[in-house]
Design a protein around this ligand. Structure first.
Ligand code: AMP
Length: 180
């Protein structure tokens, strides 16, 4: 039986992403993925595209970045028969953590991972919804390296190429489905 999401294209995904001007602050065009997530075929298609090239057994864990990364990473983990690992905002994880701080346009942000989130040498796929400046994903990759993970790919649903986030992820394979 053909999977119902088999024919989903990146163009269809892009058509289901809503642009919201001046959110959460003036000058930012927010990429609202909720219409895409609410469509069963497009949701499944997004997961298929974000896991393309991997099959069960290839990946030990899929790591998602707080909070929208969790949506894609947990579904991808189930599909690839891998574990799910959260990278969370500081102060949310209950056990011992490593933390990484990175700069934002105004101020900074800190994310964290459990020290035992994956075994050293584990093969991981790192996922988030959107690559902008790359600061968030770079910080997550540094956390994963600190616990000995082997990052096979850093994947996004959306990439804002004009912010050159890929430059900060230079040493990892980076993949995005919908590019602006
Ligand atoms: P950055 O660290 O600059 O690459 O920002 C990436 C993070 O911020 C991701 O977790 C996104 O969810 C969020 N983000 C940044 N810019 C946008 C945008 N224009 N629309 C939606 N989310 C965004």
């Amino acid at each position: 039986m053909t999977h119902p999401s088999a024919s989903v294209t990146p163009v269809e995904l892009q058509q289901a992403i809503r642009n919201v001007a001046d959110f959460p602050q003036p000058g930012v065009q927010f990429k609202d993925i909720t219409p895409l997530l609410a469509n069963p075929r497009l949701l499944a298609g997004a997961i298929d595209l974000m896991t393309a090239g991997f099959k069960p057994g290839d990946v030990d864990a899929v790591v998602g970045i707080d909070a929208r990364g969790f949506i894609f990473a947990s579904a991808a983990a189930v599909k690839l028969q891998a574990g799910f690992v959260p990278v969370r905002k500081k102060g949310k994880l209950p056990y011992q953590t490593h933390e990484q701080t990175y700069d934002l346009e105004y101020g900074s942000n800190t994310i964290a991972i459990h020290i035992d989130a994956v075994k050293p040498g584990s093969r991981v796929l790192l996922l988030d919804d959107l690559l902008a400046t790359g600061g968030t994903a770079e910080a997550a990759a540094l956390l994963l390296e600190r616990i000995g993970a082997r990052i096979l790919q850093v994947g996004f649903l959306i990439e804002l190429t004009f912010l050159h986030g890929r430059n900060r992820l230079g040493k990892f394979p980076v993949k995005a489905q919908v590019v602006y």
